[in-house]
Design a protein around this ligand. Sequence first.
Ligand code: PLP
Length: 409
Amino acid sequence: GMFGRLASRGYAAAAQARSVLENELAAIRAAGTWKGERVIKSKQGAHIHVDGSRGDILNFCANNYLGLSSHPEVVQAGVDALKMYGAGLSSVRFICGTQDIHKDLEQKLAKFHEREDCILYASCFDANAGLFEVLLGPDDAVLSDELNHASIIDGIRLCRAKRFRYKHMDLNDLEDKLKEAESSRLRLVVTDGVFSMDGDIAPLQGICDLAEKYGAMVFIDECHATGFLGARGRGTDELLGVMDRVQIVNSTLGKALGGAAGGYTVGPKPLIELLRQRSRPYLFSNSLPPPVVGSATRAVELLLASNEIAQSMAAKTMRFRNAMTQAGFTISGAAHPICPVMLGDAQLASLMADDMLNFGVYVIGFSYPVVPKGKARIRVQISAAHTDQDIDHCVDAFIQTGRKHGVIS
Ligand code: PLP
């Protein structure tokens, strides 16, 4: 009957989609860009248990820069918030999803960044998706570094401002684009503070100089800086002395600040108020769960109280960078815990990363399209949770595998 005919057309549509998807998957495998997922059977930390590998594995590929992901006080604060405030809100913020702990965390983050106000999101991806559309309309212009994070690119796609993409950290090109954008109402320069693939740091002084010359505002994404860059760990803007010249900062709670989840915008009060009214990922998505808020709050409190953890991470970063450079490796980027060991060849990067696991060290090779062709690398990330011994073990494993593959002599 008719139902049978319609049902069989439904099956055919599903079968067709399945074959389209399977072809796509096969193409990814054939291109050698398939991303597998190793399964971890322990807490995040310097030492982890990985499914399929025996014993302790030394982890050098988390964004757990300050080791707070399983810091006892951060974990306990999450447990306390869970017990007192429940598992979740079952609501967006403006209906019945705002607890005192959300307001408190927003105030602490605003204070930490020395900005007027703060709004929380479920992730920094959401903060980046929600900002530009609210701030910028068709009369405005956005000037964006070509290597900005995917979530910034997506967020900018959602806004109706005129788009200018400048060459990576190229101030001359940025100036040309600012000249082109002179007739727009508002201009916003948008950059990652730290770029995560290279560990390189945006030239914020030059960017702020240009922004001021051409009447633009500056936005930075501080996901790989918040908590540890600068004398008090406030970020790239503190490191480069421009905290009062960068108007808007987005960052994450999912890396140095406890590593659970969540993101936020800090900036001028009217902007934050308008985001609460109009920002779609804020308005139409669930409130941050209490245990996540509790853990992040404790992490921020620890950092407001002392910069000791960040200093210990910085010392370990230099220990690693110096030893590796001395051994003959090329480590790119600035003095940042993202330490890309440059290898060039994609297969070499992947084979070496596999060999490192045999020495009990977990690192990941990155190759095209995540980084440019011919610039494959193993990206090592240092954490305050690593001991000096851990660092030395990692360097040792690199020396042995590097010799085996002829990368160093
Ligand atoms: N921006 C940058 C530069 C990032 O590295 C990330 C990482 O995931 C994000 C945004 C997204 O942050 P979240 O994980 O909080 O969504």
